[in-house]
Design a protein around this ligand. Structure first.
Ligand SMILES: *Cc1c(COP(=O)(O)O)cnc(C)c1O
Length: 403
């Protein structure tokens, strides 16, 4: 099978001149993730209708855009109308800037204080979240734009209530420092009482910032769950991630938001079918060998834990020829062994659906996460960053192919 035939088997309509040889070679091992960038656009529109025209949307592109590629998602989200980006690390700032965007990029706390000026020079608005960060930006030679992050109870990073007043006052005195905004992140969005208390503390921080003389601040507290649950906590900007990827939220929140997943499917193909006569002893995936009493037919798909799935059972099921088939033993580095005893016609080349639809059957991301014992928010970026990306949907984006 040539790279071209492997490729056209996956995406028959694709013009192969605009993707790279490396991607084609990677897809000769037929395991891939299908991404629908139209869904991302629809989710931006859904977010816009939730927050209204005047609240800025800073789209969170941490974890290399949840594994989908920070540049690719940033580009699609900018077209759909976001107002800024949040990056989780300096290299993501570089990726986002590589799209040519002039929108603001907020860098969440991720460097040591000393490296804040260097991170700012990449084109980021950096986070001041500690006294040491304050000292570092005060000592910076160049003009530097910052967001101040306050801790209203998450206990991760951020200035505590007894610290922020002093820092806000101090930053006001430095001509080379421009404070663009103030943000925080709630600890327990499921609990309205705790969330209201933390939001109240954030309101206090905003009042303290205004009293210290910081005008026109961007005030941002609302990640996805907050946007969906607390319309009174939107302030003048929001910083959702999962809402826009349409992934990683509980099923009920997906429905409430009218969201569609960017990650629509994870698929592979059978590369081998094997008949095991009664009495065969097999230790599939290095598990303890078991004697197969009745005989078994197994199929191998080249997708393993390296691709973002799990190693130790439970391993869940896959769809082949529209039927659910259990995954056996332990999943190995790059392979899954599937019980196809009930599928006499199973053959090399058959599509194996790990996530998504086949015929009338479907394995949703929530089904898959439950079946293999991983939370959806961990599973989505694991799959997205591990597997080659194939773009599906109407307005197919062709320039984001990633090897
Ligand atoms: C991860 C993160 C977000 C986005 O969270 P979602 O639940 O994906 O919307 C927003 N703000 C901060 C500070 C974060 O760390």
């Amino acid at each position: 099978m040539t790279a071209q035939t492997a490729f056209s088997a996956i995406d028959p309509g694709h013009n192969r001149t605009d993707c790279h040889r490396h991607d084609l070679a990677r897809l000769l091992r037929p395991s891939w993730a299908e991404l629908d960038f139209d869904a991302l656009g629809r989710n931006v529109a859904a977010t816009r209708s939730l927050v209204g025209p005047d609240v800025r949307i800073y789209f969170v592109c941490k974890g290399d855009g949840f594994g989908f590629g920070a540049a690719a998602v940033a580009k699609a989200a900018e077209r759909a109308g976001v107002d800024g980006f949040c990056a989780g690390s300096p290299d993501e700032v570089v990726s986002i800037r590589s799209t040519g965007t002039s929108l603001p990029v907020l860098l969440f706390a991720s460097t040591t204080p000393d490296d804040l000026p260097a991170a700012a020079r990449l084109g980021a608005t950096v986070t001041v979240q500690s006294l040491a960060d304050m000292d570092a930006v005060l000592a910076a030679g160049d003009r530097i734009e910052v967001f101040v992050e306050v801790d209203c109870g998450l206990g991760r990073y951020g200035l505590r209530p007894q610290q922020w007043q002093g820092v806000l006052q101090r930053l006001r005195t430095a001509d080379h420092v421009r404070v663009r905004g103030l943000y925080s992140h709630l600890s327990t969005p499921d609990d309205p009482d705790i969330s209201r208390q933390q939001a109240e503390l954030f309101r206090q921080a905003a009042a303290d910032a205004a009293a210290a003389g910081h005008d026109d601040l961007i005030l941002m507290l609302a990640s996805s769950r907050v946007v969906l649950a607390y319309p009174d906590m939107l302030f003048n900007a929001v910083d959702p991630g999962r809402l826009i990827y349409g992934g990683g939220l509980d099923e009920n929140w997906m429905e409430i938001g009218g969201l569609s997943p960017l990650l629509t499917a994870v698929k592979s193909r059978i590369i081998q079918v094997q008949e095991h006569p009664p009495g065969t002893v097999l230790g599939i995936g290095y598990g303890a060998p078991i004697a197969i009493e009745r005989g078994m037919r197994t199929a191998v798909a080249p997708i393993g834990f390296w691709d973002g799935l799990n190693h130790i059972p439970p391993l869940g099921e896959v769809l082949i020829r529209g039927r659910r088939c259990p995954v056996l033993g332990r999943r190995t580095f790059q392979h899954s062994v599937i019980d196809v005893t009930a599928l006499a016609e199973a053959a090399p080349g058959d599509e194996v659906v790990v996530l998504g639809r086949q015929g009338t059957e479907e394995i949703s991301i929530h089904d898959l996460a439950r079946a293999i014992g991983i939370t959806v928010i961990e599973l989505v970026p694991r799959l997205a960053r591990s597997l080659p990306h194939v773009y599906v949907g109407l307005g197919q984006e062709r320039d984001g192919w990633r090897g």
